[in-house]
Design a binder for this molecule. Structure first.
Ligand code: DGJ
Length: 712
């Protein structure tokens, strides 16, 4: 072990540091430290990742640790972070420390450490951003070919982290369409476990781009050390967990290298996407709240702004609508009291009218016999009613039954000399091609130019990349997966620049796209097509591990109409509330309740969307579920309690609250009752509510209650 001189980040911009002075580089938030050490051999090691140490002098006592960013072809026998093939056939890279800089940012700090292969000239920048208060790190790499000849990069991780603990437990979230984010926990033993996707566009259909790593014990809500990580990449990703012969664990995160190697010409760079993580010593609840705060403040489009309630026509009409029906629905939106009417799929195509999902994608003009006066008539009607108008699009896709396909087969991702395979009867447009990027940008820009009153888009994406072949990338087909995503970002960046205040919903046949890079451009996302409220208790619970309620659209529909309307509404109130239901099929009492619920939701919205979320009773744990949202000043909170299918003679337990101020007194009352009557007001101390709790559960089947908790 070397003798180490600690080099702690100060609060000033540091000029490029001299290698001799910088034996340790400490990247830290208010509560977590990552300590990197330059060994005597000039290579960079991870000496520590965990709770921030109280005494900076102690960093010098840390062991050297494991090489930070391990490369292929040298003395390591496990999965590398980086694999570069050089022009002379040498497939190895050896990285040594060159320099680093640290600067203060509004949120924390940015550290860039440059490593270099002195023989071949490969350069790697390890970039670390900290968000100090939120205890969040984002990290990525920039790989530059500073050699004389082109190189092929085969593996290019965003991050590599090392752990040395007796036990590791991985919780991943996977599933399928309408069955997203199911948690699965396993202990990691010797060997490799990969969580990855190869779906391209609808990349998260089978697995979510995040995980929880329980250190020494399985990740738990309120106790234990846990790292929660997620990748900001709207395409194929991979998390690789490998336990080695000595029991060390490496976690490699980044783009899935599968069929994605690429050539870097001399002086060309490749920048990897961000791996975002937080480390908590008090379980996943704290980790989620850290990520929610970070997301709202620094990541999600208009993260601190308001969100619109809405009436969507998808499940109310599917493709079966016309101008008159939509005008009636706009009036319904007004009567319900929501902010916006959202017109879904089925409004476009003339030669190939979009009467079902079999045709029309690509032809973004209104179907004349459905909407004779165009979208303009609808925005005009919305304006008259005082509601906003939103529109569904799926601009990255094409149906073979479309004029676009007839005109521009060269823009379609499809294999030569093979019969086409269709997923939902459609194909993906080739966004690696700048002409296609212009076209996709033009879909939104064209609509906005013609109809400036469009106030919202739902951007759908129903197919993975199938028939993988690009007419544009003829000579380097393995660039397509990555270049596609970069093409998409290019389009979204241009749209953001021109329409910075245009809210958009990220949707991919349900939760097929749910990552924090896309959410830079989207105000919210569609977690699942499954809106059965029982299923949604689980699905929203799953996404809440990483995403705040503010980005989770939750609509009241007729999926599982065994559940009373109140149960359905209460589940949806725990996210961004919308309705996707034929209001005329509701009874008068149900309709009155829905109208009152929109008002109640508007009153609680600041707490639900911007407060701290506490997952109190998991739907996975039995027949009940409870979630609480607490305002940042702890003076108000909302509690949602659900009874799903309680057992006969079941003993019902109190719901014990969290996050309140123990020394304040609170008035607690049931609100949003179906009978419209005010609930009884009771008074408790915060201490009592967080120790004894309240009897919020019942033995009623599919019943729910909402409580308002207000400091006196
Ligand atoms: C899939 C989405 O998830 C649905 O909400 C709906 O917009 C349909 N596509 C429309 O085709």
């Amino acid at each position: 072990m070397t003798t180490l001189k600690p080099f702690i980040i100060g609060s000033f911009m540091l000029a490029p540091a001299l290698a001799m002075a910088a034996e340790q580089i400490v990247v830290q938030t208010d509560s977590t430290s990552l300590v990197l050490t330059i060994g005597d051999n000039g290579r960079l090691y991870q000496s520590y990742l965990g709770k921030r140490l109280a005494n900076p002098a102690d960093y010098a006592n840390l062991p050297l640790g494991t090489e930070t960013y391990i490369t292929h072809g040298m003395e390591d026998y496990f999965e590398p972070a980086l694999h570069i093939n050089h022009a002379d056939g040498n497939p190895s890279t050896l990285l040594t420390y060159k320099n680093h800089t640290t600067e203060r940012t509004d949120a924390g700090s940015k550290t860039v450490i440059t490593l270099v292969d002195t023989v071949y000239g490969d350069e790697v920048e390890l970039v670390y951003n900290t968000y100090d208060k939120e205890n969040v790190f984002t990290t990525n790499t920039k790989i530059t070919n500073k050699g004389k000849k082109p190189v092929e990069i085969e593996k290019f991780a965003s991050s590599m982290l090392h752990f040395d603990r007796p036990e590791y437990y991985l919780t991943e979230y996977n599933g399928d369409w309408a069955a997203e984010v199911k948690p699965h926990t396993q202990q990691l033993h010797y060997g490799k476990k990969e969580v990855d996707t190869k779906l391209g566009t609808r990349a998260n259909m089978f697995v979510s781009p995040f995980f929880q790593l329980g250190l020494d014990q399985p990740a738990a809500e309120d106790e234990g050390e846990v790292l929660v990580g997620t990748i900001g990449w709207t395409g194929n990703f991979r998390f690789c967990f490998e336990v080695d012969n000595l029991g060390g664990l490496r976690v490699i995160s980044g783009i899935n290298p599968y069929f994605s190697s690429r050539t870097l010409k001399k002086d060309e760079s490749f920048t990897t996407p961000e791996f975002i993580f937080t480390v908590s010593g008090t379980g996943t609840g704290t980790a989620s709240r850290n990520l929610h705060d970070w997301a709202r403040r620094y990541r999600v489009k208009d993260g601190m702004g308001d969100r619109m309630t809405l009436l969507n026509n998808w499940e109310a009409t599917y493709f079966d609508f016309n101008q008159d029906k939509l005008i009636d629905l706009i009036a319904d939106a007004k009567a319900l009291g929501v902010d916006m009417f959202l017109l879904d799929d089925g409004w476009f195509g003339n030669k190939y009218p979009r009467h079902s999902d079999t045709q029309g994608l690509g032809d973004w003009e209104e179907t004349a016999n459905k909407l004779p006066d165009g979208i303009g008539r609808l925005t005009e009607e919305a304006k008259k009613q005082g509601v906003k108008f939103g529109l569904w699009i799926e601009p990255e896709m094409v149906n073979p039954g479309s004029e676009l396909y007839e005109k521009h087969k060269d823009w379609v991702i499809t294999l030569p000399n093979r019969e086409e395979y269709y997923f939902r009867n459609q194909l993906v447009l080739d966004l690696s091609n700048p002409a296609v990027q212009d076209y996709v940008y033009g879909v939104v820009d064209g609509l906005m130019t013609k109809y400036p009153d469009i106030a919202f888009f739902k951007w759908d994406c129903n197919s993975p990349i199938t028939n993988i072949y690009s007419n544009y990338e003829k000579d380097e087909q393995n660039r397509l997966y990555v270049d596609y995503v970069e093409g998409l970002y290019n389009v979204l960046e241009r749209l953001q620049a021109k329409y910075p205040n245009l809210p958009m919903m990220l949707c991919a046949g349900g939760g097929g796209r749910t990552d924090y890079e896309a959410l830079k451009y989207f105000t919210e996302m569609w977690p699942s097509d499954n809106t059965d409220p029982i299923e949604r208790l689980f699905i929203q619970w799953g996404y809440s591990q990483v995403f705040p309620a503010k980005v989770q659209c939750a609509h009241v529909t007729t999926w599982n109409s065994d559940a009373p309307v109140k149960f359905r509404v209460n589940v949806a109130m725990m996210g961004k509330l919308g309705f996707d239901i034929n209001l005329h099929e509701l009874t008068a009492d149900e309709l009155a309740y829905c109208k009152q619920s929109v008002k109640d939701y508007n009153a609680m919205k600041p707490c639900v969307l911007d407060g701290d979320q506490y997952r109190l009773v998991s739907p996975h744990s039995g027949n009940h579920a409870a979630t609480e949202f607490v305002a940042k000043d702890k003076r108000s909170a909302v509690l949602f309690a659900f009874d799903v299918y309680p057992r006969y003679a079941e003993k019902v337990r109190n719901v014990v609250l969290k996050g309140l101020n123990p020394s304040l007194r609170y008035q607690v009352s049931e609100i949003n009752r179906f009978d419209g009557k005010p609930g009884e007001v009771k008074e408790y101390s915060g201490d009592y509510l967080m120790t004894v709790g309240i009897p919020a559960f019942t033995t009623g089947k599919l019943s729910s209650r909402v409580y308002s908790i207000q400091a006196i």
